[in-house]
Design a binder for this molecule. Structure first.
Ligand SMILES: [Ca+2]
Ligand SMILES: [Ca+2]
Ligand SMILES: [Ca+2]
Length: 387
């Protein structure tokens, strides 16, 4: 806690990750002539109804929070100083985040730019910075070639040097290829990025190791992403709708292409994303559990100021074959969270009310009540709005 103030100060100047070069931006359509990543969660109109301020969406960081498995990632390099992203636990030893969080140098060439000992996962599970766990190893998706080239492969895994506490939520991954349903599936977004609102956009220097915000949005059709990715169907997309019902640029494009359009889920619920939210989770609630739909990784500012109403955010779905198989392989190399601890004494006399010992439910299953996940935000800045 002593170091918190100085950490925040450092982060304030370095929270934006993975700024792509103009060369990379030039591979996009001409009007997208500037490209910058921006991780964050932005709330609605502070003067709207119901009223909302960014503080209303802060998770209290209590041990019973369903978002307790979402932590802040601290990344340090001599070249860039300290940076922040968001990550989610999918195993007591494995954190899911965005590849661009680890590939923010060398013109984002696809290679990891941090050593594992300079990456720390911060948990705010029972109060602020309850645990800070160094990474043991880092990996980006094998198809990741750098931001702007392989948006649908913007996934990274951070293996921790020690396991998370048993009661920290571990998030289940959604494997159903029929999800999400455009215009119907409501995502829960979580991140440590900059705060802001729909009128003023996001505010530099307001991301935090400890302040995580939670909000909601409806999943839009990702077809608009086809401009930047051949694998757009492996991604999710959403717009930051104002409460007045005005169609965003994405809604207008979807309407003119006979695709579903979306309204705000409420001024006090609808959020966008901002710098620092990169790598964080996009959850769907299934059977009363938060389950991981994807990783937030990209923000496209169809509006100005950056992060205001009309901004579009998106990320990588986990259910497509290439993404899921990579994550499953990593999970299979770790001890199963369903396995009893190796050193446990044999169960000789189970209490009368216990289920039979061959019932898997009798084995301690830390975190199974909640899913695993991570969210992140990344944004393109444009000087001219698309048509
Ligand atoms: Ca690199
Ligand atoms: Ca929306
Ligand atoms: Ca909309």
């Amino acid at each position: 806690m002593i170091h918190l103030h100085s950490m925040v100060v450092v982060m304030a100047t370095t929270a934006i990750l993975g700024v792509p070069t103009l060369t990379e931006a030039a591979t996009l359509e001409q009007e997208w002539n500037e490209l910058k990543p921006r991780p964050l969660i932005v709330t609605g109109d502070p003067d709207g109804s119901p009223s909302v301020t960014p503080n209303d969406l802060i998770d209290p960081n209590t041990p019973n929070s369903p978002y307790g498995g979402v932590g802040s990632l601290r990344l340090f390099s001599d070249q860039l100083g300290t940076s922040l992203c968001t990550g989610s636990a999918i195993h007591p030893l494995l954190i899911l985040t965005a590849a661009h969080c680890l590939d923010s140098q060398d013109n984002q060439d696809g290679s990891i730019d941090y050593s594992a000992q300079n990456v720390t996962f911060n948990l705010n599970f029972d109060g602020d910075l309850s645990h800070t766990i160094p990474a043991e190893s880092l990996a980006v998706h094998p198809d990741w070639l750098g931001f702007g080239q392989t948006l649908a492969s913007d996934l990274a895994l951070v293996t921790l040097s020690e396991a998370l506490p048993e009661t920290v939520p571990i998030y289940e991954i959604i494997r159903d290829p029929l999800l999400p349903i455009f215009g119907e599936s409501e995502m829960t977004l979580v991140g440590y990025g900059q705060q802001g609102d729909g009128i003023q956009g996001h505010q530099t220097g307001t991301s935090s190791w400890t302040t995580k915000r939670v909000g909601y949005n409806l999943v839009d059709d990702p077809a608009r992403l086809s401009q930047w990715s051949d694998q757009y169907e492996e991604m999710f997309l959403f717009d930051f709708d104002s409460p007045d019902g005005e169609l965003t640029a994405l809604d207008q494009w979807n309407q003119s292409n006979s695709r579903v359009i979306t309204a705000s889920v409420g001024n006090d619920r609808e959020v966008g994303i901002a710098p620092g939210d990169s790598g964080g989770p996009s959850f769907l609630t299934i059977d009363d559990q938060l389950q991981l739909l994807g990783v937030t990784s990209v923000s496209i500012p169809f509006s100005s100021p950056a992060g205001s109403f009309g901004t579009v955010g998106g990320g990588v779905l986990l259910s497509p074959k290439d993404q899921l198989s990579w994550i499953e392989t990593a999970l299979s190399s770790l001890p199963s969270i369903n396995d009893p601890p190796v050193n446990d004494p044999p169960v000789n006399d189970p209490p009368v009310n216990d289920p039979p010992v061959n019932d898997p439910q009798s084995v301690p299953e830390p975190g199974l009540l909640l899913g695993l996940s991570a969210i992140a935000g990344f944004s393109y800045l444009i000087k001219n709005k698309p048509q």
